[in-house]
Design a protein around this ligand. Structure first.
Ligand SMILES: [Zn+2]
Length: 397
């Protein structure tokens, strides 16, 4: 998915990664369907055209499936064809920020002849994804999305999931560090749209755009995901090798982290990140992390670094993550399954819990303790409505 801060301002003029020559990119990178029951696995790659490693990884893994018996249906799609050909992030509109209700509704009303280049890509991709989902619904298949990306920042790869139990489970099976709390900060990614439809979805950030290892990391993650989904259940050896490789990549990084802090950056701030930071490097409270408006920026808490801003312009200078413990993960699964949302009324600052868990109404300025309880139940997104704040969670918690 790659935060705006990671990729903005540096994709427009950059060519494809060195050593990776994509050639002409087709929308359907590959389909594998032996007609056996099983899930529908949708693989999307290159929603950002300056991220060719995902396209190469998807092609490689689909080719590996040839001649092997598989269950279910695997469809790999390229995202922004025009931008991939040009080696640019997008053609004016970010294809991974357009998956909102209002934008998609306007697109359906619009004459296709009036589509701007990225809107035409969106229309075609949406049509294919909806067609595949429709077919899957008819046959009762589970639907999973694996959306492949890479970042400008160096450091370890990771996965991004909304805090929904089924998507968390898939991301944990893959084994890359799982980052919660990031997806809801971004407006309009494909991941949010697909999970909003009740499906399972994970974004895989395979590493730096130019790093020759990024394609391999994404291929390992795909093999493990296909094994977990039951697609390649007859031969699990390569998935086991890939999973072992991912474990060595993750090293000592906690398996699940919550993004708890973002350093805001405004144009003209003169924000400069201290050199030497990369993803998942441990951070101590009070440590100097950068300079902003001539002042030293200090870490507010003990944490782990994520996506330090070294290139281009971004709206965040860095993100900080804290580990999520096993107890929290189990407790969140249990309270969500048992639908104990009404108990949230007992928390200070909570005025009402809406029926069927569609929202929690709070007073403004809810305490961090109340917010952490709301997060346990999956309520992570807040909107201000007059003198109240409404917290909502994803469908299927
Ligand atoms: Zn991206």
């Amino acid at each position: 998915m790659s935060e705006a801060s990671v990729e903005s301002g540096q994709g427009a003029r950059r060519g494809p990664a060195q050593g990776l020559t994509l050639g002409d990119v087709e929308r359907r990178l590959g389909v594998k369907d032996d007609g056996r029951p099983g899930p529908l696995v949708l693989i999307t790659a290159g929603l950002h055209g300056n991220e060719p490693a995902g396209v190469a990884a998807a092609r490689r893994v689909i080719a590996e499936l040839e001649g092997r018996p598989t269950a279910g249906r695997v469809v790999a799609l390229a995202g922004n064809l025009g931008a991939l050909r040009r080696g640019e992030r997008h053609g004016g509109q970010d294809l991974n920020r357009l998956w909102t209700g209002p934008i998609l509704a306007a697109l359906r009303e619009q004459d296709p002849a009036a589509d701007r280049p990225d809107e035409a890509e969106l229309r075609e991709l949406l049509g294919i994804l909806e067609g595949e989902r429709e077919l899957a619904r008819g046959t009762g298949r589970e639907v999973l999305l694996l959306d492949l990306h890479s970042t400008s920042a160096g450091g370890g790869p990771f996965s991004v999931v909304p805090d929904v139990v089924a998507s968390r489970r898939l991301a944990r099976a893959i084994g890359l560090p799982v980052v919660l709390g990031l997806e809801q900060r971004i407006e309009g990614p494909l991941l949010t749209w697909i999970v909003g439809q009740g499906e399972v979805g994970v974004v895989l950030e395979g590493g730096q755009h130019e790093d020759p290892q990024t394609e391999g990391v994404l291929a390992h993650a795909l093999r493990v995901a296909l094994d977990h989904a039951g697609v390649t259940h007859t031969d699990r050896a390569s998935a086991r090798r890939s999973r072992a490789h991912i474990d060595t990549i993750r090293g000592g990084v906690p398996p699940v982290l919550d993004m708890v802090y973002a350093q805001p950056v405004e144009p003209g701030d003169g924000f400069v990140m201290e050199p030497g930071w990369s993803n998942f490097k441990p951070v101590c409270a009070g440590q100097a992390l950068g300079l902003q408006q001539g002042e030293v920026v200090q870490a507010p808490i003990d944490s782990y670094m994520l996506m330090p801003l070294y290139q281009g312009l971004g709206s965040e200078g860095f993100f900080l993550c804290t580990p999520v413990g096993r107890v929290w993960l189990v407790a969140s699964r249990v309270v969500r399954r048992l639908r104990l949302d009404l108990a949230l009324r007992l928390l200070p600052g909570v005025r009402a819990v809406r029926r069927a868990g569609t929202g929690v109404v709070c007073s403004p300025g809810t305490s961090p303790r109340t917010e952490s309880w709301l997060a346990l139940f999956g309520y992570r997104t807040s909107t201000v409505d007059g003198d109240q704040v409404i917290w909502t969670r994803r469908r299927a918690g």
